[in-house]
Design a protein around this ligand. Sequence first.
Ligand code: ZN
Length: 134
Amino acid sequence: MKILKIDHLGIAVKSIDAGKNFWSDVLDLKFEGSETVEAQKVTTAFFPVGESEVELLESTAPDGPVAKYIEKKGEGIQHVAFRVEDIEASLEELKEKGIRLIDQTPRIGAGGAKIAFLHPKSTNGVLVELCQRD
Ligand code: ZN
């Protein structure tokens, strides 16, 4: 598999409105607007940082994955996303290497990217997202 770069860091926040002040006002990163992905019960807000981005994640429902994450661990870095050249081939290869996958096949995430998560049990406790943007 070929990893091209760190695509973004996913940061769980209770509120994008409250949370974005630090990123946009203090760090002076450009707020690129937010997008809700209902299937994942999350609203995302992207702040480009050079070749990568910071992605703030706010849950749209108390039973969403981001809400559950905050309940257990509090706000903070929730996942790291690597951009890959070919997500289907990458998942195949990881499966062959015995890596546990959360998503067996890619789904569509924010910005229309193809995304898939790997299980933290196989990745030293880090929720890893693969993403492919065409
Ligand atoms: Zn992400």
